[in-house]
Design a protein around this ligand. Structure first.
Ligand code: GDP
Length: 286
């Protein structure tokens, strides 16, 4: 919890809350570090985010699993949307009947449940990270589904009435088939998806499969952010090299990626507070 982190001495605290900033001092003088600090919340924002991820009776955090096929996915809060809609839309209301038989809505007064989704290669550390994000809600069970192919599940973590965190199945050597079967349909379907978190192994950096994921996100015009996992496992030199290379790649070759990387270690809990805060930020909850 943040209160424990605040008791640590300053340099250790920075390493846990802002791991990317911790690396700055090892860069050559004159290196542009503006992208290290684009999202730099204060204590109040970090505390607010932590409160969102802490469950209690008035603020339950529920997990529902679903088959990977989107027509099996739970229609989160759909009944509310139905209730809020007038019985018959008239011309010019901004409402239209979607192909799936329910109303597709582009009007702001209808508050669809906002979503963020987490994607990444199998073994990148996604389950561990989601477990770390929800460590203050011990009743939340982060299910791990390692079986390849169609038995994989999507996990939906409904964080009170605020947002839903969607845990997509990890993809592997079968990419791009894995994407077509599991991830693409979801990403194309969701208008209320606020941000996709693409997890990349901090030890090995961007791999071929990660590039396929990036191409897909770019092609669909989906805003995303890259999260480097397992940073405790990478030596400082390797981590710096990966951070700088990926940052350069993001700058030169992407349109939809947030320019700041997020670094996390689920083992040491570093970067987890900042990531919670960014999720709270992109879902409009700060
Ligand atoms: P997933 O397949 O993406 O859900 O990956 P997991 O969360 O199951 O992690 C895969 C392996 O990496 C497991 O052996 C984890 O213990 C390990 N792991 C995950 N996150 C970290 C981390 O932050 N640091 C270290 N050292 N190991 C990690």
């Amino acid at each position: 919890a943040l209160s424990q982190v605040l008791r640590l001495e300053r340099s250790r605290r920075t390493a846990i809350v802002f791991p990317l900033q911790k690396l700055e001092r090892y860069l050559a003088p004159g290196t542009d570090t503006a992208r290290f600090r684009l999202f730099q919340p204060g204590l109040a924002a970090l505390q607010r985010a932590e409160a969102l991820f802490r469950s209690d009776r008035g603020h339950p955090i529920d997990c529902v699993s679903s088959a990977v096929r989107m027509d099996h996915a739970p229609p989160l809060a759909l009944p509310e949307v139905r209730r809020a809609l007038p019985p018959r839309p008239s011309a010019g209301t901004g409402l239209s009947c979607g192909a799936k038989g329910w109303w597709s809505v582009d009007v702001p007064f209808l508050r669809l449940p906002l979503q963020v989704c987490f994607i990444g290669r199998s073994n990148v550390g996604k389950s561990s990270l989601i477990r770390a994000l929800f460590s203050l809600a011990p009743e939340v069970e982060v299910r791990v589904s390692k079986t390849p192919g169609h038995t994989k599940k999507i996990n939906f973590f409904k964080v009170g009435k605020y947002f839903t965190l969607v845990d997509m199945p990890g993809y592997g050597y079968r990419a791009p088939q894995d994407f077509v079967e599991m991830v693409e349909a979801y990403l194309q379907e969701r208008r209320n998806l606020k941000r996709t978190f693409l997890l990349v192994d901090g030890v090995v950096g961007l791999q071929k499969t990660d590039h396929i994921a990036i191409e897909m996100l770019e092609e669909f015009g989906i805003p995303y952010v890259m999260v480097l996992t397992k940073i405790d496992r990478a030596s400082r030199g390797v981590l710096l090299k990966n951070v700088l290379e990926i940052q350069e790649f993001v700058k030169e070759s992407t349109q939809g990626c947030f320019p700041q990387l997020f670094l996390v270690s689920s083992v040491e809990s570093s970067g987890v507070h900042l990531l919670r805060c960014f999720v709270a930020h992109v879902t409009g909850n700060l």
